[in-house]
Ligand binder design. Structure first.
Ligand code: ADP
Ligand code: MG
Length: 557
């Protein structure tokens, strides 16, 4: 292909400019470099391999998990005049033969292949006989168990690097959960220097997290003045969907329910009513939203905590597609963690359970974070902003910052003293000088850091350690009992060359009371519920390896 990538973009695809990282990725690939691309759905990942395939000699081999997706992509390419085809189990044998013939005659620019087909012995042999422009692995998260859509047939793709060491490889996904990301890089033999992350920010969405106190009152308060606007209210259970939806209608709002327990015809009708603005509010479980193309959704409310940050991002991302200001409101209460956790506990795959609990815990971390929401959210996806957004609840009403340099040094030294072989709970016990048998047996009561933080609460140390993890001074090895390890950036802090500040927790975190307290503020609670919440929170923390955090002021059920 003659000309520049930009000329191809205009001539073949009919667009005038590249989106920010596209050009860089395309040029790198044309030079023969690998790439790992993280971009949200709709970000424009396809062009990142389609254009280089046209500019390099040979055929571009694209791995894609869904047969239906392949056909759509190929049809669209053929319509643009690109010589594209797909090769998968949907083809009749005669059609398959024709595709292979085109491949061998070197008359294809792009060939979409199902992963199991690609890695079959016969096919690899064929590919050795013809020039190949590049390998593109679309939906690359399918290679990782951490992704939401693990596919065993993707596992074999790890061999591509060895089988074709000279051919550039590009992996693409919209799922950028950190473990998935690491997994993809490792399994495909890509180096982290070839990562392109971009486009996750949705600048017109304002993120707000409210402590869940009287949720329905909080919701209807939020909806005042928005009666004519379209929005979604997500709940974790069908029962809650029905209840909230009914309460909204009783309060005079135009609301309808949507969940997988409703008849298909009814779901269809509700969806259409919403698209036509005949109903303003959809109260729904996660079942609602896939493939909904409505640009004027003004707000997304999470009445309960979502199970993970990916879902939260996807669901809030449905607001403000038109680019106008939109709101994402999360009502966050610990009682919901019970529900979220029980949904996860239903899984009978222990590995999956562990992963999901970790993700739930990360979601809790987001809700509890006291720095710019957008930064935390983007940070999770590996993306970042030059400066805080200035528009989320935290930026608009910043918490007080306190200097924690001394305590951070104590905590980091303690991690070092226990040989970087223990998790949060143990480190806190050493810091606070716990008399637990285990500590005595290990001789940890003789460490120089034993008891140096005795005057501060367990919760306090939990928040310091979590802050250190969130800011990258400590790493938590989830594949190994969530052991804490120092990262390179901890050195200047340990050497006293760097000061650290941390947001002062907003809600009062209190030590667990021994006696029954009848009231917290003006909210009544019962001891049984209180204990079960405490147990759940602790269980969650243990399972996911994070400090237990108990904030009582929002236990309002
Ligand atoms: P993804 O695979 O990241 O979900 P696609 O590659 O399917 O996204 O692209 C999403 C949409 O954006 C498509 O309609 C595509 O044609 C369009 N698109 C991609 N790049 C550009 C660009 N540089 N200019 C305009 N539209 C683009
Ligand atoms: Mg795509």
């Amino acid at each position: 292909m003659n000309g520049t990538p930009l000329e191809s973009l205009k001539k073949i695809f009919g667009y005038t400019t590249f989106r920010p990282p596209q050009q860089e990725i395309i040029e790198g690939l044309i030079r023969g470099e690998d790439a790992f691309v993280l971009m949200p759905t709709g970000g424009g990942k396809s062009l990142c391999y389609q254009i280089p395939a046209l500019h390099r000699p040979g055929v571009g081999i694209v791995v894609s998990p869904l047969i239906s997706l392949m056909k759509d992509q190929v049809d669209a390419l053929v319509a643009c005049g690109v010589r594209a085809a797909f090769y998968n189990s949907s083809l009749k044998s005669e059609e398959a033969r024709q595709v292979l013939a085109l491949l061998h005659r070197e008359e294809l620019d792009l060939l979409y292949v199902a992963p199991e087909r690609l890695m079959s012995e016969g096919f690899v042999e064929r590919l050795r006989e013809i020039p190949i422009a590049l390998f593109a692995i679309d939906e690359a998260h399918c290679i990782s168990q951490w992704g939401h859509d693990f596919r065993p047939e993707y596992a074999k793709l790890g061999q591509l690097r060895q089988l074709f060491p000279k051919i550039p490889l590009i992996a693409l996904t919209a799922t950028a959960e950190p473990h998935t990301r690491k997994d993809i890089l490792e399994r495909l033999g890509l180096s982290p220097s070839q990562c392109y992350v971009s486009g996750f920010d949705r600048p017109n969405i304002r993120y707000t997290v409210l402590q869940k106190l009287k949720p329905f009152a909080q919701l209807s308060n939020f909806l005042q003045g928005r009666r004519e606007e379209a929005g979604i209210v997500y709940c974790l259970s069908r029962k809650r969907v029905e209840k909230v939806s009914e309460q909204l209608r009783d309060a005079g709002f135009s609301a309808a329910s949507y969940h997988a327990g409703l008849p298909a015809a009814q779901r269809q009708r509700v969806q259409e009513d919403f698209l036509r603005d005949d109903v303003r509010i959809i109260v729904a479980t996660v079942a609602f939203g896939m493939g909904i193309d409505k640009s004027n959704i003004r707000y997304v409310v999470h009445y309960d905590i979502p199970k993970n940050i990916e879902s939260y991002y996807q669901e809030t991302g449905r607001a403000g597609r038109d680019g106008l200001a939109a709101e994402a409101l999360l009502l966050f209460g610990y009682g919901d963690i019970v529900l979220a956790r029980s949904l996860i506990e239903n899984s009978d795959n222990p590995e999956q359970k562990r992963i999901e609990l970790h993700k739930l815990n990360t979601m809790v971390g987001f809700a509890e974070a006291l720095s710019c929401r957008r930064q935390v959210l983007l940070g999770y996806f590996g993306d970042r902003l030059e400066q805080d957004c200035g528009n989320c609840d935290i930026c608009l009403n910043p918490p007080e910052l306190v200097d924690v340099t001394e305590d951070a040094r104590k905590a980091l030294s303690c991690v070092f003293r226990v040989d970087q072989r223990f998790g949060v709970g143990h480190v806190i016990e050493v810091l606070r000088g716990s008399k637990k048998e285990r500590l005595l047996q290990l001789g940890h009561d003789h460490l120089s850091t034993y008891g140096i933080g005795a005057e501060k609460s367990q919760e306090y140390w939990g928040s310091v350690l979590r802050h250190l993890v969130q800011q990258g001074y400590l790493e938590q090895d989830v594949s190994n009992y969530s052991v804490l390890k120092l990262s390179e950036s901890a050195r200047p802090v340990l050497r006293g060359e760097q000061t650290l500040r941390m947001a002062k927790p907003r809600a009062k975190t209190v030590a667990l009371p021994k006696a029954v307290r009848r009231k917290v503020g003006d909210i009544e609670y019962n001891q049984e519920l209180f204990d079960s919440l405490r147990a759940v929170r602790k269980g969650l923390a243990d399972a996911a390896g994070v400090p237990p955090f108990v904030i009582f002021s929002d236990v309002a059920l």
